[in-house]
Design a protein around this ligand. Structure first.
Ligand SMILES: O=C(O)CCC(=O)C(=O)O
Length: 130
């Protein structure tokens, strides 16, 4: 699979998760993935807005009643422990993308990152994809 994207997110991203084993239960690769991380390295970041927020909360089946488009309403993460950060050029973030996460709108400057997923497989290999 292709690995590595240069992505510009200025309009924000809904609360969602990225977990290949849940999205593709029959598998997507020739090896089973047991852990997944998302990597972002920013090449441009806004001075206000654009914060990434990650909640200490995984998807639960009942969350589907709060689905809106590709994500979920903020109500599902209400009261959950979280970490938020606004990133500047040169900052990098590696996080467990199975945790619910979102990105706030940044009305001013561009927010551009090099991004890919890292997966640990049952055979101990580290793979990456986008
Ligand atoms: O740009 C970010 O901070 C995270 C983007 C995102 O939501 C994702 O990679 O799924």
């Amino acid at each position: 699979m292709f690995g590595g994207t240069l992505r510009e997110i200025n309009a924000g991203v809904l609360v969602h998760f990225d977990e290949v084993v849940r999205e593709y239960p029959d598998g997507l690769f020739d090896q089973q993935v047991i852990a997944q991380l998302a990597f972002n390295l920013w090449v441009a970041g806004p001075e206000s807005g654009g914060e990434a927020t990650i909640w200490r909360r995984r998807w639960q089946p009942k969350d589907e009643t709060h689905r809106t488009g590709y994500g979920y309403t903020p109500a599902i993460v209400q009261g959950c422990q979280q970490v938020s950060l606004r990133s500047s050029a040169g900052d990098a973030l590696l996080f467990n993308s199975a945790n619910l996460h979102a990105v706030a709108v940044n009305p001013g400057q561009r927010r551009v990152a090099f991004a890919f997923f890292l997966g640990l497989t049952v055979t101990g290999n580290l793979i990456f994809w986008s």
